[in-house]
Design a protein around this ligand. Structure first.
Ligand code: SF4
Ligand code: MG
Length: 326
């Protein structure tokens, strides 16, 4: 498939103020990250909180500028946020975040909020817009009469459906979903996930699906990129990653998924959770890595291509060793 979005060597640093005295702490949220999103395809971005996945999502949407590196959308550099060129692009890129209530305006009806992007981007006349809103509501599994309701009159799952309907209104080429089901009741998470998969197939948009949950990511993604402290440590097809994780961090994530019939145990990582304000030298995973060697504290591994479309950043993962298996 053709390339829709290309992010190259993204770096994002900021200064965080901490404590009563407002001590300034430099944070490297994203530390050299490249990814490609193809038209109509799904890339899952998975990692623990603080690994930089949300910051990556905001940079690919042009909501935040990288300090270094580049983002190209449909072959052109992402315009700076707030410019006319950027606003014009916004119809082509939409987002869904964790908290649907925060994303919606409590004083506006559902129908008015779904219509809003059509108004902003001047799509169709009044009658056409009303038809489109009705179709969008049906598309996300809501009844057209629910368009007259206000956000607080709906359940969390229904609100996220409204957010999806609004995101779809302008027929975007790319949808970025950042933890779209994390705030929802467990009982309805699967419904919203299934809806997302259906909508993506039906509308043919590319999806960047961001989550801390490898199981959720696996369900929707054709490719999965595993992040740790601002970099991608492994990338590949989800089933292949689960079957044969090559990076020790991916192996630990996979081992944490309950799996009937698998006898090997869970890998419990030692050491502190990843902290972007205290990035270790060398391989950022080395203080927690069960198989680290001396070199790991000195030298950062590069993300290398492996057979089978895999990319792995680990000194001990030798592409040649996997050539036979692929
Ligand atoms: Fe572990 Fe070293 Fe590989 Fe990093 S480079 S994941 S520390 S073995
Ligand atoms: Mg986040």
């Amino acid at each position: 498939a053709a390339t829709l979005l290309e992010a190259r060597d993204l770096v994002r640093r900021y200064v965080m103020r901490r404590g009563l005295l407002g001590r300034s702490v430099p944070v490297t949220a994203v530390a050299g990250l490249s990814l490609t999103l193809h038209r109509g395809r799904t890339l899952g971005l998975v990692g623990e909180s603080g690994c930089g996945k949300s910051t990556t999502g905001r940079m690919v949407l042009g909501l935040e500028m990288p300090d270094a590196g580049s983002v190209a959308f449909e072959g052109r550099p992402m315009p700076p946020p707030g410019t006319a060129a950027w606003r014009a692009l916004r119809a082509r890129m939409q987002m869904v975040f964790q908290d649907p209530l925060g994303a919606l305006d409590r004083r506006m009806t559902v129908a008015a909020q779904v219509a809003e992007p059509l108004d902003i981007h001047g799509v169709g006349g009044a009658a056409e817009r009303a038809d489109r809103v009705e179709a969008l509501l049906r598309n996300v599994g809501l009844r057209p009469d629910q368009g007259a309701r206000y956000p607080h009159e709906l359940s969390g799952g229904q609100r996220q459906r409204v957010v999806l309907a609004r995101a779809l209104a302008t027929s975007p080429a790319m949808l970025v979903c950042d933890e779209p089901i994390s705030a929802l009741d467990v009982s309805i998470q699967a419904q919203v996930m299934n809806l997302l998969v259906e909508l993506q197939a039906e509308h043919g948009m590319a999806l960047l699906f961001i989550s801390h949950d490898l199981r959720a990511v696996r369900q929707v993604s054709e490719r999965v990129a595993v992040m740790y402290l601002g970099t991608i440590v492994e990338e590949g097809e989800p089933d292949a990653l689960l079957r044969d994780a090559r990076h020790p961090y991916t192996q630990a994530l996979v081992s944490a998924i309950p799996h009937p019939g698998r006898s090997d145990g869970r890998i419990v990582l030692q050491g502190d959770p990843p902290n972007p304000a205290a990035r270790p030298s060398g391989c950022p995973f080395h203080p927690r890595c069960p198989v680290a060697v001396a070199r790991c504290a000195q030298e950062a591994p590069v993300l290398r291509d492996h057979p089978g479309g895999r990319r792995v950043a680990c000194h001990l993962a030798d592409p040649a060793a996997f050539a036979e298996a692929a």
